[in-house]
Unconditional design. Sequence first.
Length: 595
Amino acid sequence: MAENEKEKYEESLLYRIRHSTAHVMAQAVLEEFPSAKFAIGPAIDEGFYYDFDLPRPLTPEDLEKIEARMKKIIKGNHPFVRKAITVEEGRQIFNDQPFKIELIDGLVSGGTDEDGNQVEGPVELSTYTHDAFTDLCRGPHVENTKQINPEAIKLMSVAGAYWRGDEKRPMLQRIYGTAWYNKQDLQDYLNRLEEARKRDHRKLGKELDLFSSNEEVGQGLILWHPKGATIRRITERFWQDEHDRNGYEFVYTPHIGRSALWETSGHLGFYKENMYSAIEVEGQDYYIKPMNCPFHLHIYKNQLRSYRDLPMRYAEMGTVYRYERSGVLHGLLRVRGFTQDDAHHFCRPDQMPDEIDFVLNFCLHILRSFGFTEFKAYLSTKPEKSVGELQMWLDAQEALRASLERAKLPYDVDEGGGAFYGPKIDLKIKDAIGREWQLSTIQFDFNLPERFDLTYIGEDGQPHRPYMVHRALLGSLERFFGVLIEHYAGAFPVWLAPVQTVLVPIADRHNDYAWELHKKFKALGMRVKVDDSSDRMNAKIRNAQKEKVPYMLIIGDKEMEAGQVALRLRSGENPGPMAVEDFIALYQKDVASHA
């Protein structure tokens, strides 16, 4: 959620309903477990949670009881009453609640508030009370529990959560819930969750034999199985061909680099906690790369550049490694080793508007080719602390803004949300069930060209600093593949499907004809297999449908005699018999159109 969207949400009635429902849940938990210690309970994107230290692990039956208590409390029509308190009053009110006492002490000295947000300097303490429950809270809340619809709330799950996110602190039980305006909104949300569960790339990845990971290899490290690797290979080939056609030059860089490289880039100063430990080689420390950028800068710097050489566009499918805590790893979407589809553009200031137009439209073209049609952009501008001259920032921000407007893309501005080294555009797509995913990033960098002393010789014969733009288009192959799986629910379009066609001979006497067609289709580049197992025809068709193969070609006596195939689609449609050449034409049309 972008900063301005977050602000709008926090000002909304729905946010207040969810925040208030979290308090109601805390009251219900304390009624069920009087010895419970409660920590923090904020509203989040689609609901709320509250963390508790409880005498035993919660069960699904406990959640049912707590939810029933919540509905009873809500129907009591209790007002939420705010009261400003002193530190001493707070310590007295919460004398038996150690997490609240720690929050009070932190707020007094400038720390983290009750919603987990960082605060600067001392703040006024306040409580909110409804019914018999009082909580340390800055709000906001609804005026009365009658504004919470008891038919539109549901407790969803329980998870472990370290206090303050610190694995050295106590492990608490986090209860997640959701709240909506009405029962239909809740049901729509639950339906979306169910659809998302069906599309979960981890579930489908196993069912379709696409990828895996295991403890012996290491968490967050992905094994691409043949079918998944086929989709990756097709994706990479398309990516390479399109880059080749659009003026990019391909580069390849090492997986490790000397510590001096990462000192110059600033990674050892600002990013070391996300890097893996050094490897000593002949007395020198080498680090496995978390990013490709420093290598690309050295390729640029390897020889003198002229203003006539610019713009230059380097592209690489570069595998990088970053340390992520095991608790945040998530299938293909959050991993420790991934291949970034990196590109770095070097251009003159006068080329910047055209270069931004080019890279933005190129990103949209590639994403549309994979079936994404709905986009939203986020423009992040200069933060309070930054490097580079103010005019460079203003020019770069204006180039990004103007490009978005020329592309007629809806966008929000995240004021001050840029990195310290430059403004950026983040492109988000909507998938088939309306979820947003951030994929492409177009990021100016005024820092690295300075650190690596990049120059070009201008028309005046003097050295000048080039502008540099980082561009990740798909983001990473791993994450993009996860998004693709969920977008298509594993039923990939023909051009991407790992197996495009299954030939289904009805009886053994049809096998030879099936294998003749297999040879013919293979020669055309089709990914095809023959199911000549001993299974009955209906079982073969069911197996192909489970594997989400686009085309099933049934072959019996009539088809063999007429030189035909009987086409069935994975959707269940049954176009029936057709000439082999007509099927080939259909296949080629679907591949060419990315259907």
